[in-house]
Ligand binder design. Structure first.
Ligand code: GTP
Ligand code: MG
Length: 311
């Protein structure tokens, strides 16, 4: 029996899991000797799921150390060994930053269309379900539709939204929201920002300004800066994150749209490569399709026999 969360991971990662498992089934048929040729093929399979060159090479080594010269017991044996070795190679979980007094402020950043507003909406829903009082700042004032989109998400989850006219100063909206969050004794303040290009300096300046004005009202804020990355972009997400972290104090990553890709391995590789913890993964467009990233659950969902239904 799997829990509901596990079920969600299993469903969301179906494409990646079936792709990996399908390849492992072909490569690691029972009785085949574990030699360089087999290890090369497995490394390729891991690369195609975007586990990253570094992790794929290390897993190849570990697998070789454990099984070289033996005959494969079957695909399930190899998937099991891979699961164990990936978990052994992952960094320990880093706890989230908690302020000494509420509200905790979370800034949501990332490039256009990566899933920022949706993620902010899902977080508002998640925290609302936990009984936390949430204020949301619709600080993407470039597009009227963006403010509306954020407001709809907030309304659905019972969060209060602070908004302004389209074209207003995003930092002013963030400041008003920080005020409101304090006045209402909110537990959480979520700040949705505009999709900005990481190489456009003025936009980055604006992000810094938003952080600065919030800190004036709530010392120590923002406590978390979540960088939202589109998981379907695979390795490009890694490159994008590298550029982004150079200019923004990113404290956590969110990988979205993992339900739509066969490259879900990127969520495992990216935190390790960047030294920034993956906090959440998005596996759909509904309010409850945002999951806390738990390496063990995730890896189990990624490397299971094909057709695993989670029940
Ligand atoms: N399948 C799937 N779709 C997602 C997920 N997260 C976001 N989306 C979709 O991706 C699209 C873009 O999401 P937004 O939240 O608007 O992205 P954004 O980063 O706020 O975009 P801008 O405000 O334009 O920069 C929407 O159609 C979302 O429904 C996810 O985990 N899975
Ligand atoms: Mg948006």
């Amino acid at each position: 029996m799997f829990g509901r969360l596990r079920q969600k991971i299993v469903d969301g990662l179906r494409k990646t899991r079936d792709a990996i498992a399908g390849q492992v089934e072909r490569i690691a048929s029972a009785g085949r000797p574990v030699d360089d040729a087999l290890l090369d093929e497995l490394e390729e399979a891991l690369l195609s799921a975007d586990l990253g060159p570094e992790l794929a090479a290390e897993l190849r080594d570990r697998l070789g150390q454990r099984l070289r010269g033996e005959a494969v017991g079957g695909p399930d044996q190899v998937l099991g060994v891979l699961r164990e070795e990936i978990l052994a190679l992952l960094p320990p979980r880093v706890p989230e930053t908690r302020p000494t007094a509420p509200p905790r402020v979370t800034l949501v950043v990332g490039v256009n269309g990566s899933g920022k507003t949706t993620t902010a909406g899902k977080l508002a829903a998640l925290w609302g379900r936990e009984g936390r009082k949430v204020v949301v700042a619709a600080a993407d004032t470039f597009r009227a539709a963006a403010v509306e989109q954020m407001a709809i998400w907030a309304e659905r989850s019972g969060a209060e939204v602070v908004r302004s006219q389209p074209g207003a100063d995003p930092a002013a909206v963030a400041f008003d929201a920080a005020r409101a969050a304090r006045a209402r004794h909110a537990d959480e303040l979520l700040v949705d920002t505009a999709g900005r290009l990481h190489n456009k300096k003025p936009l980055m300046d604006e992000l810094a300004k938003i952080a600065r004005v919030i800190a004036k009202e709530i010392p120590g804020a923002p406590h978390e800066t979540l960088l939202v990355l589109d998981g379907t972009t695979g390795r490009n997400a890694v490159i994008q994150a590298r550029e982004f972290t150079r200019v923004a104090p990113v404290s956590g990553l969110v990988l979205t749209k993992l339900d739509g890709t066969a490259r879900g391995g990127v969520a495992v590789a990216i935190g390790r490569e960047l030294g920034i913890p993956v906090r959440y993964v998005g596996v759909g467009e509904a309010a409850d399709d945002l999951l806390l990233f738990e390496a063990e659950e995730y890896v189990a969902g990624l490397l299971a026999p094909p057709g695993t239904k989670g029940e």
